[in-house]
Design a protein around this ligand. Structure first.
Ligand code: IPE
Ligand code: IPE
Ligand code: MG
Length: 246
């Protein structure tokens, strides 16, 4: 089913289908805790959920799906957990990207991933390259990502050009800054979903979220699946977006 066939949209009401859905995948630890399992078990199940949702995004007509996988603040977690998360990421890139490849998924990374272990960086670069010509869905993984660092980096790059004399200070406007964000080549998120009941952005796409619809759901990320995404798209379809106009 394409999203255009969804009932709320066919009725012509509300917003057109979201081109870009971004998800703050939260609640892996609590999912595990409820089952008296180690946190890593929640993260493992979380990867399964991410794969299912990435496949579903294409089926539901979403062009771009961004998943927040590791924040610049997540380094504050115990070293064991950070290392488990990196291990899962490595496994995902090595084994699962091939399957996504068959579903026409193009992989893109946002965040300072180049500071991760060099062999992991190579694996990521290869996966991005291998999927570069896919057109069905773009799966954006936010990795070692933080909005504040992203905006500071964009400001630095603008300042460097001003110092070199190739950019006029007066030419620095919102579009000029936006063009230097990691997301320069993708549309801004139409819908940001956070799972697990927490209601905050945690340094995620703060610039890009300017006019995003926000949705906070109680489902813990490992339990989130295609039906939850479809439901979120239905709720979104009934929202009225005004962008400051009437
Ligand atoms: C989200 O689940 C995964 C990452 C942040 C990497 P959490 O690990 O934050 O799960 P909770 O919030 O402790 O339940
Ligand atoms: C946000 O979740 C980061 C990711 C989902 C990768 P956190 O669990 O790290 O957020 P806080 O610390 O509860 O705000
Ligand atoms: Mg959390």
């Amino acid at each position: 089913m394409t999203l255009a066939a969804a009932p709320n949209i066919a009725s012509g009401q509300g917003a057109p289908p979201p081109r870009h859905v971004a998800i703050i995948m939260d609640g892996n630890g609590r999912w595990a805790k409820r089952r008296l399992l180690p946190r890593i078990a929640g993260h493992k199940k979380g990867v399964e959920a991410a794969k299912a949702v990435a496949r579903a995004a294409g089926d539901l007509g979403v062009e771009v799906l961004t998943l927040y996988a590791f924040s610049t603040e997540n380094w504050r977690r115990p070293a064991d957990e950070v290392s488990d998360l990196m291990g899962l990421l490595r496994h995902f890139i090595e084994h699962d990207v091939k399957e996504l490849q068959q579903h026409g998924v193009r992989l893109k990374i946002i965040g300072d991933y180049q500071t991760l272990q060099p062999d992991l960086v190579d694996l990521i670069d290869r996966a991005v390259e291998d999927t570069a010509s896919n057109t069905r869905t773009t799966l954006v993984i936010a990795l070692n990502y933080g909005s504040q660092a992203e905006i500071a980096r964009a400001a630095q790059s603008l300042a460097a050009d001003v110092r070199q004399g190739i950019l006029d200070v007066n030419a620095i406007d919102a579009a000029a800054l936006e063009a230097r964000l990691y997301t320069a080549d993708i549309p801004p998120p139409d819908l940001i979903i956070r799972t697990s009941g927490e209601q905050r952005l945690s340094n995620f796409l703060m610039w890009q979220a300017a006019y995003a619809e926000l949705m906070f759901v109680d489902t813990l990320w490992p339990d989130f699946g295609k039906s939850h995404l479809a439901e979120a798209l239905n709720v979104y379809a009934a929202r009225e977006r005004r962008f400051g106009g009437l």
